[in-house]
Design a protein around this ligand. Structure first.
Ligand SMILES: NC(=O)c1ccc[n+]([C@@H]2O[C@H](COP(=O)([O-])OP(=O)(O)OC[C@H]3O[C@@H](n4cnc5c(N)ncnc54)[C@H](OP(=O)(O)O)[C@@H]3O)[C@@H](O)[C@H]2O)c1
Length: 186
């Protein structure tokens, strides 16, 4: 188990909020980058928020600098970007760890990334961390739940606890819920 240090989170003001709170309880310094990060972190012990839109690379860069100044080099990152077709997921990966002290990046991905007809998607997502010696990638796919009533998405609570389980398991790929067998029409 990693010693608590600084964990940098994107998406922590939303469905990963319970995961961020749990990590702060464990003693991690939790920094958030999101559009509403500072208001989210207000009053949460051990957490700090730096406001930026991840579509705005310059604003995101400034938020990263401020987060690192606050928490030191992040030993862990948790990233939920709705799309990876942006500059900012790579900027985040580059900001993690320190020479000789690589960090884990838990990359949270939508279920489509693991669609059985598109085996290229997970490796494409992994390119975010490619060639970065300070960043060890762990992918976490948000799958589905199959209930007696039908197929549904994970709840925020299921996503947060699934991400915490993925962190504890530390496997290259974890799935929250299921993608195999693929439960929807193909
Ligand atoms: N099964 C699946 O594949 C799958 C995948 C994704 C989502 N879902 C479901 O969809 C629900 C909602 O998804 P959601 O993405 O709306 O999740 P969310 O986590 O509720 O909200 C999005 C998160 O990303 C941040 N964010 C969004 N746009 C941003 C931007 N432009 N710049 C910086 N940060 C940004 C938000 O913070 P700010 O608003 O503070 O910026 C927030 O923390 C989830 O509860 C889940 O059930 C399912």
């Amino acid at each position: 188990m990693a010693e608590p240090g600084h964990v940098l989170v994107v998406g922590g003001t939303g469905m990963l909020a319970a995961a961020a709170d749990a990590l702060a309880e464990e003693g991690w310094r939790v920094s958030h980058i999101a559009r509403h990060a500072s208001s989210f972190a207000q009053g949460r012990t051990g957490q700090a928020g730096f406001d930026a839109d991840y579509h705005d690379a310059e604003a995101f860069r400034r938020a990263l600098e401020a987060a690192l100044a606050w928490g030191g080099p992040p030993g862990r990152g948790i990233a939920w970007f709705r799309t990876l077709k942006l500059e900012t997921p790579r900027l985040m990966a580059q900001a993690l760890g320190a020479p000789g002290r690589p960090a884990r990046l838990f990359q949270v991905l939508g279920s489509r990334t693991a669609h059985p007809d598109h085996p290229d998607r997970l490796p494409r997502a992994a390119a975010t961390a490619e060639g970065l010696p300070n960043c060890i990638l762990r992918q976490v796919v948000l799958g589905f739940r199959v209930d007696p009533g039908g197929v549904r998405a994970n709840t925020n609570e299921e996503i947060s606890s699934g991400v915490l389980e993925a962190i504890a398991a530390d496997r290259p790929l974890s799935v929250v819920g299921q993608v195999d067998p693929w439960p929807l029409e193909r």
